[in-house]
Design a binder for this molecule. Structure first.
Ligand code: PLP
Length: 440
């Protein structure tokens, strides 16, 4: 992780602690330890053990010269962002502490936080994609991301090509060649490779290492597009894509990172080279998250490892129960992958199977609805990654507007129930699923 240097004013955090302890006698401290204090010095805030919430729209400058310097950073006259706090659309203490801590999980050089996962994704795309450019993306993507790329960016002259998440290296080479051909014809460039892994609700994993090798082979080193990946489903604990060749990692912090189903926020991690333009775009359009949400996320990150570990253990137990149940047709759970290319990717990229999976009930919509309506502990709601177990029906809810042929191609059937396991007692959850299946 980046060492904190009080004299270095070019970083993302400026209210820097005097001495952030990141290692002890050569022993590097783990992220779960750093979540309790990294990036914050109580002595800069009257000794307040926890950071105060800085509710202000603007910040006083030490001098006119300092104000000028800060604006040089904001406007991009000098790279690296603002050295000082200027105005709350650009930055703030709570957001900067949060960015420092978020970056720790993936040893990212820089991090930015946003008002939602979608505002993070939109700001990323607006920053890096121009007219006549081509976006290469895996499919399926989160529905709003697909809408943004296919229906909104197209209004500004950007186009896209997509490939199935489980594509082989050869298929990746072919899609990159096609994108280069399109870009040349249109007079633009291949602006970005955008991935989502695992895909929702298919749970298909993308081979990030293979895509990085394909991009490195297809483009000159100084002209290659960045590889961005939505890591919401397995991050920050079970998958760290920057280590596998991705350049930019995206999060809906609404999910596991927030973890209590009580806030909406987003994040982008990566090298300054890629995040600089995204920061400038965020400054312009104001998609930064608010100080209260940033404070809530700081609280959430203190327990993210505990929560995700417990949810992952629970999911393993619940899936083991469901697997042998006579009313269950099948499970889409990363912990049960058969030997093959997907399992190979899982073993190279992931350290856990997550706690969100697909449950196929024997029957159709009627049986699935009966099961959902009978659940007593699990709540009937979309979203995932919270402390509480949630269940939903993609075909009738999140993917209702997807055309039938595409639903069929993606395996979004009427008997598919999407489950996100929380941190309740595993045996209680099994009892709940057992009695709900009995009602089918
Ligand atoms: C929820 C989600 C998003 C969108 O995030 P919001 O915080 O709801 O804007 C993007 N990608 C994935 C994979 C998600 O699950």
């Amino acid at each position: 992780m980046p060492a904190i240097d009080n004299n270095d004013l070019t970083g993302t955090t400026r209210r820097k602690p005097k001495a952030d302890v990141t290692e002890l006698g050569g022993h590097a401290l783990s992220p779960s330890t750093l979540m309790m204090g990294y990036g914050y010095d109580p002595m800069l805030s009257e000794g307040s053990l926890k950071p105060p919430i800085f509710l202000t729209s603007t910040f006083a400058f030490e001098s006119a010269a300092a104000g000028k310097r800060h604006f040089e950073g904001i406007t991009g006259k000098r790279p690296g962002g603002a050295e000082g706090l200027v105005y709350s659309r650009f930055n703030g203490p709570n957001q900067e502490i949060l960015e420092a801590r978020l970056g720790v999980w993936e040893k990212a050089e820089d991090a930015l936080v946003f008002s939602s996962g979608m505002s993070a994704i939109a700001t990323l795309l607006l920053a890096h994609v121009n007219m006549n450019d081509v976006i290469v993306h895996s499919g399926p993507l989160y529905a709003a991301t697909e809408t943004l790329i296919a229906r909104i960016l197209s209004r500004f002259g950007a186009s896209y090509v997509d490939f199935p998440a489980e594509a082989s290296r050869e298929e990746m080479d072919a899609i990159l060649a096609r994108a280069q051909e399109m870009a040349t014809k249109q007079g633009g460039k291949v602006a970005m490779v955008y991935l989502e892994s695992p895909a929702n609700p298919t749970n298909a994993l993308v081979d990030v290492q293979a895509m990085r090798a394909a991009v490195d082979d297809a483009f000159a080193a100084d002209a290659r597009p960045p590889i961005a990946i939505d890591n919401t489903f397995l991050g920050p604990l079970w998958s760290k894509p920057l280590a596998h060749g991705a350049d930019i990692v995206l999060y809906s912090l609404t999910k596991y990172a927030g973890g209590h189903s009580d806030l909406v926020a987003g994040g982008v991690l990566g090298a300054k080279q890629w995040l600089g333009p995204i920061r400038m775009m965020r400054n312009t359009i104001g998609t930064i998250c608010d100080p209260h949400t940033a404070w809530m996320l700081l609280r959430s990150l203190e327990t993210v490892e505990l929560r995700m570990s417990r949810a992952g253990e629970n999911a393993e137990k619940v899936c083991a129960f469901l697997k042998q149940h006579p009313k269950v047709e099948g499970l889409g759970y990363l912990g049960f992958l058969q030997d093959g290319p997907q399992k190979d990717i899982f073993e190279r990229h992931c350290t856990g199977a997550g706690s969100t999976f697909s449950l196929f009930i024997k029957g159709g919509e009627t049986e699935s609805f009966r099961f959902l309506d009978a659940l007593r502990i699990a709540k009937l709601a979309v979203s995932l990654g919270g402390t509480e177990t949630l269940a939903s029906h993609p075909a009738a809810m999140t993917h209702l507007s997807v055309p039938d042929e595409r639903k069929a191609a993606l395996g979004i059937t009427d008997n598919l129930v999407r489950v996100s396991i929380g941190i309740e007692d595993a045996d209680d959850l099994i009892a709940d699923f057992d009695q709900a299946l009995a009602a089918v």
